[in-house]
Design a protein around this ligand. Sequence first.
Ligand code: SF4
Ligand code: SF4
Length: 240
Amino acid sequence: MIFVRVKIPYPFLDFENLDLRIKKMGADLVGFGDVSSGLASEFSHIPKAIALGIKYPVFEVDIRTPHYFLNRSFSIDNRLQEIQKKVAAVLRNNGWRALPIPPDSHRENSSFIARIYHLFPHKTAATCSGLGWIGKSGLLISQEFGPRLNWATVLTNAPLMLNSHPVTSSQCGNCHCCVDACPAGAIRNVLWERKNSYEPLIDVQRCFAQLQKNKELYGYFSCGVCVMVCPQGVSKQKSK
Ligand code: SF4
Ligand code: SF4
């Protein structure tokens, strides 16, 4: 019997269906974007991003009396990290580079990757992937679930099917729910545009002071009123 060694064409990953594959791993939103513009030089060899989002569980909030909302979910972030690891393994096993950027709640650990976190915000990956915009609240807003998601990113050099319509401006329109509801008056009612990305959307000091106040009042360094009141995607979130 003669055995013929068949060389599998390289790469053999099905990039057309990669988003579905990642959703099966547990992500609610998946997008692929070119983030090469403005990328820190440390990452120039991995200029494409996979943006991953997992939505918060459905919750009911009485927006007439919002106090705070703990929007840092370690359980969601742990799930995001598991998905990141799987995605990175799939890419690396196919010969591509992959660097998972950890979710927000892992910022404060002392690992190497957490220390370079500030070089690449998840908002860049998600907007370049067409998954959302930066709202008046400074939060990433998706059409499907508003700001009620946690995010993670995998940077890579793989030939992803990149989104051709990156989001470059706000879609908040005339809405000002978060501006009116912010207990600190920290949201400036400014519409985000990528070209003006240095224009501050919120007064960070006022927001920080509110978080401090909530810690004294309720024991949590958190606010999140702007997360709770955003009407974007509420109906879809409840129906899924
Ligand atoms: S977290 Fe609270 S204080 Fe800060 S911007 Fe949002 S609503 Fe305002
Ligand atoms: S509440 Fe309205 S203005 Fe604020 S981020 Fe959401 S959509 Fe934009």
